[in-house]
Design a protein around this ligand. Structure first.
Ligand SMILES: [Mn+2]
Length: 397
């Protein structure tokens, strides 16, 4: 049985005002080729298919066109897609029945109305079973209890999630005693590495579901939610990571999918996903940054600058002018405080690019220390009205 395990596509991501459509489309085309070339029999996508609950139409189009292409691949028997914390239940659920006709199983909440135990058949006999566990929302694992403290809530959530996996395992075993059982999941496990762009799943963060625990039950655990490809505690409990870097903090990672062979033993091969666009982080003072910009050959790259300069405002202008001249795309210049730089204290915001025109105005008004609060809010409101009527590179939002 040959499985391909991927997750966290985040189709439709709006990346600092830029679309990832080209990168996602390149990835999905590559994935189709790999599924064919490698004779993949089962495709598992462990959550966060879309970046938001209301994905843009082009993201839905990418998704459906990809699924349509899968139907033409003869060696592929099943595709199983589970919802992550970013996915909207209703968006994934709407075509569920239609997709079943194409051997695509979509699991959204994992509640009692959904059958998460999916047998993988080959010539009418069952070869493996997948327990397709999606991101488990509160309502599925427990009744909300407002009287609980955060740590009590975590404890209850932990035991609820464990009980959920145990019950799934038991049902799979009842179906067939002697075949591999694979689990999917969308959660943080103890001992795993995280990056900036993953949303915490519960208040308080990491749940105490050890990789050991899941590894003890299942022959392979295909996890999603963390964006770095990694093994958790044992060789067969893994995160595939996302296929493209979803934040600048992930630019140094290597994006991968996992190819898993389950026969008498489990063998995993990590396959690197080729990237069509580089995300580059440059750190340093104005001179260092400018030198590094001159060395960038690939003009499709997106760049984030962490500027540590005694005269950040001047450096900011210089760097932007150079980037324009070199036809390079800088998505953000983050100003970091340098020791000598007292001005940094006044400039409370870290990144100019993260401020809207209205934010800047509000900060300026703050400096005036206006006592009449009604007048102050009137002033801000009037500014907003004016700003919304003037075209300021579309940034007056
Ligand atoms: Mn997630």
């Amino acid at each position: 049985m040959r499985i391909l395990h991927t997750s966290d596509w985040h189709l439709g991501q709006n990346f600092m005002g830029k679309s990832r459509v080209e990168e996602h489309s390149t990835f999905l085309n590559w994935l189709l080729e790999i599924i064919k070339e490698q004779n993949i029999e089962v495709l598992l996508v462990s959550g966060d298919i879309f970046d938001t609950g209301t994905p843009p139409n082009y993201a839905l189009e990418l998704y459906y066109n990809f699924l349509k292409e899968l139907a033409n691949i003869k060696t592929l028997k099943n595709t199983i897609i589970t919802a992550g914390n970013h996915d909207s239940i209703s968006t994934l659920k709407a075509p569920k029945q239609l997709l079943e006709v194409l051997n695509v199983n979509v699991i959204t909440t994992g509640d009692e109305d959904e059958n998460i135990i999916i047998p993988i058949k080959q010539d009418e006999s069952v070869k493996a079973i997948v327990c397709a566990v999606p991101f488990l929302r509160d309502s599925v694992i427990r009744q909300a209890n407002s009287g609980q403290t955060i740590s009590e809530k975590e404890k209850v959530a932990n035991s609820g999630i464990k009980a959920y996996y145990e019950s799934a395992y038991k049902r799979a075993k009842e179906l067939n005693q002697n075949i591999p059982i694979v689990a999917m999941g969308h959660l943080t496990t103890v001992g795993s590495r995280t990056s900036e762009s993953e949303r915490d799943i519960y208040i308080g963060g990491t749940l105490d579901i050890g990789g050991d625990y899941l590894g003890g039950l299942f022959d392979y655990v295909a996890l999603g939610h963390l964006h770095i490809n990694q093994t958790v505690s044992s060789n067969h409990v893994r995160y595939s990571g996302s296929p493209i870097p979803l934040s600048f903090s992930e630019s140094k990672n290597t994006q991968k999918v996992n190819i898993v062979d389950i026969n008498d033993s489990v063998e995993v091969q990590e396959l690197e996903v080729p990237q069509m666009r580089k995300l580059i982080v440059i750190k340093g003072d104005s001179k260092t940054v400018q030198n590094e910009l001159k060395n960038i050959e690939d003009k499709t790259s997106w760049i984030e600058v962490h500027l540590k300069d005694d005269n950040p405002m001047f450096a900011n202008t210089e760097i932007r002018e150079l980037a324009t001249k070199l036809e390079l795309t800088i998505l953000a210049i983050k100003i970091e405080k340098s020791e000598k730089q007292i001005r940094a204290k006044e400039l409370k915001a870290i990144s100019l690019d993260e401020l809207s025109v209205n934010d800047v105005f509000a900060k300026r008004v703050e400096l005036e220390k206006i006592e009449d609060k009604e007048f102050e809010s009137e002033l801000i409101k009037n500014f907003k009205d004016v700003a919304s009527k003037v075209s300021l590179n579309g940034s007056a939002t």
